[in-house]
Design a protein around this ligand. Structure first.
Ligand code: SF4
Ligand SMILES: [Zn+2]
Ligand SMILES: [Zn+2]
Length: 173
């Protein structure tokens, strides 16, 4: 530690209670002190998500690397308040700011869902442009998008199922 997580807007960096106390977060010996600091932090949920995604070591959001793997929604005592939609709502940066302050925002959630869907459609197009005209990942994307699967993606999927069955029967033998 402690490089500042990129979800924290630079102007609020000074407000993070762990700033300047990096050594407390590097060892489980000072876990109690680190947890007490994180307990008051407005960025706790986002911090936990960030540390999990980055596979950080040390204590983040009151949890050691050993303890991570729990979904951040299971963190106790983190109230979530609805945010007033602002001019930046709809952008990813604003969504992350809401997460950092444990706010919910429908405008940002809807915009996020649309971005995810657009990306999945692009990914599916890319799978269909492959020489095999489909893939296992394509099959999954069809399901995620609620679009019936195409024959090449289905073929790739059943091939995988057959392989898994074969592997399982080898292990069981
Ligand atoms: S939750 Fe994260 S950002 Fe907040 S004090 Fe703890 S380590 Fe720092
Ligand atoms: Zn918003
Ligand atoms: Zn397909």
């Amino acid at each position: 530690m402690l490089t500042l997580p990129d979800f924290i807007p630079p102007t609020t960096a000074g407000l993070l209670p762990c700033v300047g106390q990096a050594t407390l977060f590097d060892t489980p010996d000072t876990l109690d002190q680190a947890q007490a600091i994180c307990h008051t932090c407005p960025a706790r949920t986002a911090c936990d998500t960030w540390a999990t995604e980055q596979q950080e070591w040390g204590t983040w959001a009151g949890r050691t690397d050993d303890q991570r793997g729990t979904p951040h929604t299971e963190l106790p005592d983190t109230p979530t308040l609805p945010a007033e939609p602002g001019p930046d709502c709809g952008t990813e940066a604003q969504r992350r700011r809401h997460i950092a302050y444990q706010e919910t925002c429908e405008v940002c959630d809807v915009a996020r869902a649309e971005r995810v869907r657009a990306r999945r459609i692009r990914d599916l197009d890319a799978q269909h442009a492959l020489p095999a005209a489909g893939s296992r990942w394509g099959y999954r994307l069809h399901a995620l998008l609620g679009i019936p699967s195409c024959p090449p993606c289905r073929a790739a999927h059943s091939q995988e199922v057959t392989q898994v069955k074969r592997r399982t029967s080898v292990l069981a033998a």
